[in-house]
Every structure is written in C-alpha cells, then in structure tokens.
Design a protein around this ligand. Structure first.
Ligand SMILES: [Mn+2]
Length: 329
C-alpha cells in the first residue's frame, strides 16, 4: 500500500503554488513527526519557499541531532500562510492549542499521515494507514516533486522510519518500508549514527526510573498479563521527565508469555495514566476504550481518576478477562 498518486500529485501541486508554508506536527513529537517535518522543510527551502516549522512542544533532547532541528519554533507571529502541511497527525487537534490556529488560518492545508484511513481535515489528504511511518509517505511526496535526497533529508526520513518501526521490529514493517530505508541509506543516512542518537542516548535519571518501574513488576497467575507502575513520588525524586517513561512499557510487554503489558503512571494531579501494549492476540485499543481511552490494536492508552492500587485492580481484571476469552484454559 501507499498513498494514492492522485493525492500525492495534488499535494505536490499545492506546494508548487505556495510561497509561504507552515509545517506542523503533533504535540509530544516523536522521531517520525519531527523527521517528517524537517525533511520537508529541508527539501522545500532550496525551492525558495518560506517555511515556518512549528512544534508546540519543541524538540526532545534525543532528536536535537536531526538536521534542521534549529528551525523548529513553538509558535510564530506570522499571521497567515499560503499553505499548511501537517504531518503525522490524524486529527488537527493533535498539533496543539497554539499551533492549531496557524494551520486553520492558512489558505490551504495538506494532511500527510499514516494513522487514519479517511482523515478529518485538510483540503488535500495524503493518507496511508498501511504505511509504517509518515516518513515513507514524505519519501513518495519528494519523489513526486522530483526533489533529490540529500544526506540531511535522508537522515530525517530514516529516523522517522526506525522510530515508528522500533528499528524494523514491529508488525507494521512491509517490504516497501525496507526498500525506502535502503534508498535512504544510499542517499547518505547512517543507521549506526542515527541509532546511537535515538536508542543509546538514555539519561541517568530515566534509566533509574526504568529500574524503579521494573522493581514493581507483577504478573497474573498465568503470566499473560504483566504490569508495572511509576509513582509520582518516584518520578519526582529521580528528577525524571515525561519522555523517559515512554519506553518502559515495552520492557513489560517484552516478558516471555506476556500477552498484555501495562504501565501505570501516577501523575502529580493524582490521575493514573495507563499505557497498554499487546502482542498480536489482545486488542488493547478496545481495552483502553472501556476506560475512555483509545489507540491502536497493539498500543493504546487511557487515564483513570482513581488511586493507583484501584487503577491497577480494575485494569488488570479487564485485561485478564480479554486474555481469558482468547486463551480459554
Ligand atoms: Mn508516525
């Protein structure tokens, strides 16, 4: 699968016809969001486009190595743009409160994304829910625009692919993902340099937080539901930051026999943010929906307004129920 050639051609035409372009990605940006955004910025600048790059939450430390990351602004005073290009965001609200009006005020908007099938915004929608990353769609768009890849552009796109595929380990990896990745390496992207920046760049505090979380590990009697928690007190005393909780749940799900991995994070306001991960069997998007959350089949989240032990009790019970339907023994 890939985005439709018609949508790609319409997006390319909108870019050709525009002079001032605002680029936006989702809040709490990941490698695909910023890699996609910056690759476009680096590709469009030499065409004489005046590009403004907006990320409401800025650039996380581990992504500062991305070429062009110094172009990223959190907001702008520029009142209006010819075109908005919104990447990696299924809903317009994902770009954040400050950035959203900039997109709305642009004369035209293009949504480039791999989360949704039909989309909810944008005069042009370049969507492919079968694509592992937005970066792969941007690759096709740059081909459509006949913009040659530089090592910098290739680095941004390769970062998007490896972060959204967990270094080519996730179910979303298709032959086409690897083909595009190969072409990006040919164009100058360095897998070891990018991997070291993204994956071997943990902070001391974040790693200690992982240690605390893992020391709280519990499992159901059959071992198919495994969970861990991070208390607000631990989080504060270790001086950790939000982004450092992100990979923790993958360790939980990675345990042999675990069909569902849960991470309970107690926030300062007392609410419990839950990250859910599964292997192929259990649909954790449905599980999260029972508690007012949502997400994907294998990765989802929800927030509960009850004390930590209560949150663990109800969610673990619901997870066990889902698992017992699939493994009746
Ligand atoms: Mn993505």
């Amino acid at each position: 699968m890939s985005a439709s050639p018609k949508a790609l051609a319409e997006a390319a035409q909108a870019i050709r016809e525009s002079k001032t372009i605002v680029l936006a990605c989702h809040v709490n940006p990941d490698g695909d969001a910023l890699g996609s955004l910056l690759s476009l910025a680096l590709a469009l600048k030499p065409l004489g486009k005046e590009v403004t790059c907006l990320s409401e939450d800025g650039v996380p430390d581990i992504l500062r190595f991305l070429p062009g990351s110094d172009l990223i602004l959190r907001s702008t005073d520029i009142p209006s743009f010819d075109l908005a290009l919104v990447v990696d965001s299924g809903e317009l609200s994902r770009v954040g409160e400050q950035v959203r009006p900039m997109v709305s005020r642009a004369k035209r908007a293009v949504n480039i994304d791999h989360h949704v099938v039909a989309g909810t915004f944008g005069d042009v929608r370049v969507l492919d829910s079968g694509s592992a990353s937005t970066a792969e769609i941007i690759y096709d768009l740059l081909q459509t625009l006949q913009i040659p890849l530089t090592p910098e552009i290739a680095t941004c796109l390769f970062t998007g692919i490896i972060t959204d595929t967990g270094s080519f380990r996730f179910q979303n990896v298709k032959p086409g993902t690897l083909r595009v990745a190969a072409l990006l390496v040919e164009a100058g992207a360095s897998p070891p340099v990018i991997s070291e920046n993204v994956f071997e760049n943990k902070t001391f505090a974040g790693t200690r937080l992982l240690g605390h979380a893992l020391s709280s590990l519990s499992q159901s009697p059959d071992g198919r539901v495994v969970w861990a928690h991070i208390t607000a007190a631990d989080f504060r005393s270790l001086g950790a930051i939000d982004a450092e909780t992100e990979g923790v749940v993958n360790y939980v799900r990675g345990i042999r026999g675990a069909e569902v991995g849960l991470l309970f994070r107690e926030m300062d306001n007392g609410r419990i943010r839950v990250s859910l991960r599964s292997r192929e069997s259990v649909n954790v998007a449905e599980l999260a929906q029972e508690f007012g959350g949502g997400g994907h089949r294998m990765a989802s989240g929800c927030t509960l307004n009850v004390p930590l032990p209560e949150a663990e009790k109800v969610l673990v019970a619901a997870a066990q129920l889902s698992v017992s339907r699939l493994f009746p023994d």
